[in-house]
Each structure stands twice: as structure tokens, then as C-alpha cells.
Design a protein around this ligand. Structure first.
Ligand code: ATP
Ligand code: MG
Length: 236
């Protein structure tokens, strides 16, 4: 069953059209990647799903419900959680406080506490640094914290915007490994990446976005072997 579905979604920022026709689906249990160059519309696609940006036309459904006109907190409440580009952790708050903020819409504090324990099991480096200020973490650790914070909200689907950005290859591989474990534990993942090679190693399927339009879709293995993908996104 489709968990998230975009049907020909168009988005404008003022007079500038950022999305010209995004159509995609993510099924329960999948990791799906959105690939594309700078300015292609990847972040806008995630922001539109999160209702931070309004769709001008087209339809967005999450678990069968139309969310094209929903409010951001309703989308979060429904279990669609967005880990934004650039991590945006709070540098003067501790790791624990950053994680607690991920549960701001969860009424039952014992649920938040349980989820934090689960995140500490998945990401032991955060457990070790729980009392440390977020700003003192390395880039990779901050990315893990941003992902961990997303998990505290109790996602059915986690949307990650360029989690590999600015990280060394070894750390990118660790982040991808964590994403894979998150899926194995039952959370569906929509992963935006410019690092197509790293993303396609852990994803089931991917879409390519070019100039606001989804132009290609395929299984990760097929895309890794596709000359157009190799040329445009995988380098030599
Ligand atoms: N707040 C905004 N106001 C006006 N135009 C915007 C805004 N945000 C994005 N855009 C424009 O919309 C288009 C899509 O941007 P978007 O950030 O979605 O691309 P992206 O694929 O995420 O790029 P990147 O890889 O650089 O993060 C770009 O042309 C961008 O300049
Ligand atoms: Mg972006």
C-alpha cells in the first residue's frame, strides 16, 4: 500500500515555480531516494509533504488521507516526520534536551522517555554524549542527533534531507547504515540525497527530480547501471 503519494504536485514561491509536476509513491517498509542536482526541487518536495509549503495544484496523500491542505502539526501527528537539511540542532542545548524537543507533540512523557532509550540503543554515541552540548558534536554526530530527534516523534515515515551533506565517506556510510536499521525496525524512509552512490546502496527505489519534475524512477540496482544516471549523478 502507498504510504506517501504525490500526484502531479506543483508549487510556487511567489511567481517562481519550484515544482512543475512531482509524482511519486513510497510504499510501507521501503527506503526511497529522491536524487537531483542543486535547485531541482528536492527540499521543496519534502517541505510540501510536511505542509510547510503549500501545493498550488496536485494531490498529496499520506496513508490514504489527503494532506494537501493539512497543517504542519497535523502531518507530524499523522506520523510523517521531516529531518531538515542542515541538521538544525540546538547547539547550546544538550543532546538529551535536543532529543526531548523531538517529542514536543507527544503528550505522554513516558512515551518520550522510552523512545529516547530506544534512540540511545540505536545510536550509542548519543547515549555517551547525552549531557554534552549539541554544538560540541562533530558533523556526523550532529546528523545522528538530528535523525534521533526525528525518531522521538514516533514516525511512521521519516523524511531525511541530505543527511550525508558535508560528511566524510566513512561517516556517510555509517549514516546510511543507521537509515537501513531504522527501516528494518519498521519505519518507512524517504531519503533526499545528492550523494546518489551512497543513497542507492541502501535504497529500494529512487526518483530523479529535474527542474521540478520527476523524470525517472527505478529500482536502485537498475539506476546504478543506467548510463543516464551514471553520467549525471555517479561521476566517472
Ligand atoms: N523560499 C524560497 N523562495 C523562493 N524560491 C525558492 C525558495 N526555496 C527554494 N526556492 C527555489 O525553488 C527551487 C527548488 O529549490 P529546492 O531547495 O527545493 O531545491 P533542492 O533540490 O533541495 O536543491 P539543493 O540540492 O541545493 O538543496 C530553486 O530554484 C530555488 O531557488
Ligand atoms: Mg535541498
Amino acid at each position: 500500500m502507498a504510504m506517501l503519494e504525490f500526484d502531479n504536485v506543483e508549487v510556487f514561491y511567489g511567481k517562481v515555480q519550484a515544482l512543475r509536476g512531482i509524482s511519486l509513491r513510497v510504499d510501507e517498509g521501503e527506503i526511497v531516494a529522491l536524487l537531483g542536482n542543486n535547485g531541482a526541487g528536492k527540499t521543496t518536495t519534502l517541505s510540501t509533504a510536511s505542509a510547510l509549503v503549500k501545493a498550488h495544484s496536485g494531490k498529496i496523500a499520506f496513508n490514504g488521507a489527503d494532506i494537501s491542505k493539512a497543517q504542519p502539526w497535523n502531518v507530524v501527528g499523522a506520523g510523517l516526520i521531516h529531518v531538515p537539511e542542515g541538521r538544525r540542532i540546538f547547539s547550546t542545548l544538550t543532546v538529551l534536551e535536543n532529543l526531548q524537543l523531538g517529542g514536543y507533540l507527544v503528550k505522554d512523557r513516558s512515551v518520550v522517555a522510552k523512545r529516547i532509550e530506544h534512540v540511545y540503543e540505536l545510536l550509542p554515541l548519543l547515549a555517551e554524549r547525552r549531557a554534552q552540548q549539541g554544538g560540541t558534536l562533530s558533523g556526523g554526530e550532529q546528523q545522528m542527533l538530528a535523525i534521533g530527534r526525528g525518531l522521538i516523534a514516533g514516525p511512521k515515515m521519516l523524511m531525511l534531507d541530505e543527511p550525508s551533506m558535508g560528511l566524510a565517506p566513512l561517516i556517510v556510510a555509517q549514516v546510511m547504515q543507521v537509515i537501513s536499521e531504522i527501516r528494518d525496525q519498521g519505519t518507512t524512509v524517504l531519503l533526499v540525497e545528492q550523494n546518489a552512490r551512497a543513497a542507492l546502496k541502501v535504497t529500494d527505489r529512487a526518483y530523479v527530480i529535474e527542474d521540478g519534475v520527476t523524470t525517472m524512477e527505478g529500482k536502485a540496482d537498475d539506476l546504478l547501471a543506467d548510463p543516464r544516471i551514471i553520467d549525471a549523478y555517479l561521476g566517472a
